[in-house]
Write a protein that binds this ligand. Structure first.
Ligand code: PLP
Length: 362
């Protein structure tokens, strides 16, 4: 008999590495197995072999689905009737979808007015109860933490370790696709759960003999929202990249450990660099990602310019033939407003004839 269609997700593929047992109900939407796309033009720019781990191709359009399949499955196993999360958008989209799949209630707490409309639409369409608070993401997460003691309610933010467990499977897939770990892994950093998860995944597969080495981990924050880089919480984080607009990351130590233990770094990119990288990636590689995801690309490009700092891991690790993997965390279609606003897009106008259209595009 063929395996059932919902048996292709990260829990069934990596069960022995995840905190699930025979009695755990698997709540899955076949997340994971995202493509690792070779990027010839970025490779030429960087002087190394660059690959994009396109996490926007997950069921709700971001890597959050990997953690959510584990978090919701475990919540249901423990008898939760409601899951709750604070979100900059993608966590709520994933939580709402997987809660719908499980047949339980989902409550999302959002900073009012700070969420890309596509992500907000997802939370509503999947049937979540949405509460917009007058405050920022960090306020939302504080309230969620206070729900921790309430019976029948499970927190599904990345402070829930089940989320990190599920997210580490992306590192497993990279190793399987490349045949070994890359030299450098670059990703955007917001709440810092994902860099923590990748580093855990790389170490586990290495300890298991499935890779011969560990990558240097390079995490990029938006300059206006860079508590880890500057070494102190940011009261009013501000960046166009809403998914990484976080002033006091929950997994702060996970990020600094990943950078320190791997010989990598935590660095910053400006909003201008993020938007330029987003547009460049779409028009040169055909991959449309949301602004936060473009921080990876902006980071790689920055570290190949004169802005490179003295102790930079790129100076030794990036050489011809070296493999660099960039996680592009979320799909561009989640936030078309930002792309359209900053792209200043205006259609060319023409009369309805071949000649007029040819003249317009000449
Ligand atoms: C959540 C998210 C991030 C940030 O990940 P953290 O684990 O919070 O550091 C980056 N990009 C996208 C698209 C996200 O949804």
């Amino acid at each position: 008999m063929k395996a059932p269609l919902n048996d292709k997700g990260v829990i069934s593929r990596y069960r022995e590495f995840l905190p699930v047992g025979a009695g755990t109900p698997v709540v899955s939407l076949n997340e994971g197995s995202t493509p690792l796309i070779h990027s010839p033009r970025l490779s030429a720019k960087a002087g190394a072999e660059v690959f994009l781990k396109f996490e926007g191709l997950n069921p709700t359009g971001s890597f959050k689905d990997r953690g959510m399949t584990v978090a919701i499955s475990k919540a249901v196993e423990r008898g939760a009737k409601t899951v709750i999360c604070a979100s900059t958008g993608n966590t709520s989209a994933a939580a709402a979808a997987y809660a719908a799949r499980a047949g339980i209630q989902c409550v999302v707490i959002l900073p009012a007015g700070k969420i890309a409309i596509g992500k907000l639409a997802q939370a509503y369409v999947y049937g979540a109860k949405v509460v917009a608070i007058r405050g920022n993401f960090d306020d939302a997460l504080r309230i969620v933490r206070e729900f921790g003691g309430v019976d029948g309610v499970a927190i599904v933010n990345s402070i829930n370790p089940d989320r990190i467990e599920g997210q580490k499977t992306a590192a497993f897939e990279v190793i399987e696709d490349l045949g070994d770990a890359p030299d450098i892994h670059i990703l955007p950093v917001g709440n810092a759960g994902n860099i923590t998860a990748y580093w855990k995944g790389y170490r586990e597969f290495h300890a298991n003999g499935r890779s011969t080495r560990l990558p240097k981990m390079a995490g990029f924050q938006a300059a206006g929202s860079a508590p880890i880089f500057f070494g102190k919480p940011v009261e009013k984080p501000d960046t166009v990249a809403t998914a990484i607009r976080i002033g006091n990351p929950a997994s702060w130590k996970g990020a600094t450990d990943a950078a320190a233990e791997s010989g990598g770094c935590i660095d910053i990119v400006s909003d201008e660099e993020i938007l330029a990288a987003q547009a460049w990636l779409a028009s040169n590689e055909g991959v449309f990602v949301e602004p936060a995801s473009a921080a990876s690309v902006a980071g790689l490009l920055k570290c190949h310019s004169a802005a490179r700092c003295a102790s930079c891991p790129f100076s030794t690790a990036v050489r011809p033939g070296a493999k660099v993997v960039l996680t592009v965390t979320g799909h561009g279609l989640k936030d078309t407003e930002t792309a359209v606003r900053h792209g200043n897009f205006q259609p060319l106008e023409a009369d309805a004839t071949l000649e007029a259209v040819r003249a317009a595009i000449a």
